[in-house]
Design a protein around this ligand. Structure first.
Ligand code: 13P
Length: 234
């Protein structure tokens, strides 16, 4: 059971360091925990969480180790900072920054090759779900990934991200079971996870944890989500 907080473009270095120092002391119930700060805050997070089991993940990484790619960061650079893993292919990157299944695959392969753990995100839009295309979309997004001990997938239905509209546990369970029929890796759920719904979601057979956005920015709610998931820890 992994509970990961995707901070998106929130918390600069000072705030990230203070949050992570407080996280060290928080009651997280014994689940595996990770935080995913913005690039500029990674070093402070790594330093503040040194000697703990809490992983620090980036939010993306480039497929080349170095080169003329303005604005990008490579896997070896993240490793040098002491970062443990990275998210790849978040729907906000697909929507706003031209991320495609092909670039997701290249980023995932490079990150794994350089020893980073990877949370690869998939998920359908509302229009795709309404058109009955959910499995086709998930199938296409998952088809570019290969099984790896250091890979987990996050199922994040786009219509549930930041909207307060959580997928019902049954909808999430169905999608997770479908993804796992294609790729034998742990699958996290993401999309409006809160302390109130985390337990029921994580109790589903094929839900192996959560990727939490908004509710991970507040220490109390993030810790409460971790504790709610713990009874389903395997
Ligand atoms: P919210 O939890 O804010 O809906 O965001 C989910 C998400 O995108 C996590 O990556």
């Amino acid at each position: 059971m992994l509970i990961a907080g995707n901070w998106k473009m929130y918390k600069g270095p000072r705030e990230a360091g203070a949050f992570c120092r407080a996280l060290r002391e928080a009651d997280l119930g014994g689940v595996d925990v990770a935080v995913c700060p913005p690039y500029v805050s990674l070093a402070d997070a790594v330093q503040a969480l040194a000697g703990t089991d809490i992983g620090v993940y980036a939010q993306s990484c480039h497929w080349e180790s170095e080169g003329p790619f303005t604005g990008e960061i490579s896997a070896p650079m993240l490793r040098e900072l002491g970062v443990y893993g990275t998210i790849v292919g978040h729907s906000e990157r697909r929507q706003h920054f031209g991320e495609t299944d092909e670039t997701v695959a290249r980023r995932v392969d490079a990150a794994l090759e350089h020893g980073l753990y990877v949370i690869a995100c998939v998920g359908e839009t509302e229009a795709e779900r309404e058109a009955g295309e959910t499995e086709a979309v998930l199938g296409r997004q998952v088809s570019v990934l290969d099984e790896d001990d250091n890979l987990v997938v996050a199922y994040e239905p786009v219509w549930a991200i930041g909207t307060g509209k959580t997928a019902t546990p049954a909808i999430a369970q169905d999608a997770h079971a479908f993804i796992k029929s294609l790729l034998d890796v742990p699958v996290l759920y993401g999309g409006s996870v809160k302390p109130e719904n985390a337990g029921e979601l994580c109790s589903q057979h094929d839900i192996d944890g959560a990727l939490v956005g908004g509710a991970s920015l507040d220490l109390e709610s993030f810790a409460a989500i971790c504790r709610a998931a713990f009874p389903y820890h395997s």
